[in-house]
Ligand binder design. Structure first.
Ligand SMILES: [Zn+2]
Length: 75
């Protein structure tokens, strides 16, 4: 099982932990149940994908905050 970190905008894989599960990702990120449902996708194989934001998209966000203003972000 693994935890993958993927940008929710451009779908670039940012990083990967070769161990862990959706529950562990939730604990690591200190997310509540509802946030976890929004940000963590659990695969059929038990892998978890955490939707976050890559550096490129983060810069776009800084430049065009209005465009993303309705979105919620993980740091
Ligand atoms: Zn991105």
């Amino acid at each position: 099982m693994a935890i993958r970190y993927r940008c929710r905008h451009c779908e670039t894989e940012i990083g990967r932990l070769p161990f862990g599960s959706a529950d562990e990702a939730r604990t690591l990120l200190r997310l509540g149940e509802e946030e976890a449902e929004e940000f963590i996708l659990e695969g059929e194989d038990g892998d978890a994908t955490v939707q976050c934001i890559c550096k490129d998209c983060e810069q776009s966000l800084d430049r065009f905050p209005d465009y993303y203003s309705l979105q919620k972000w993980l740091q």
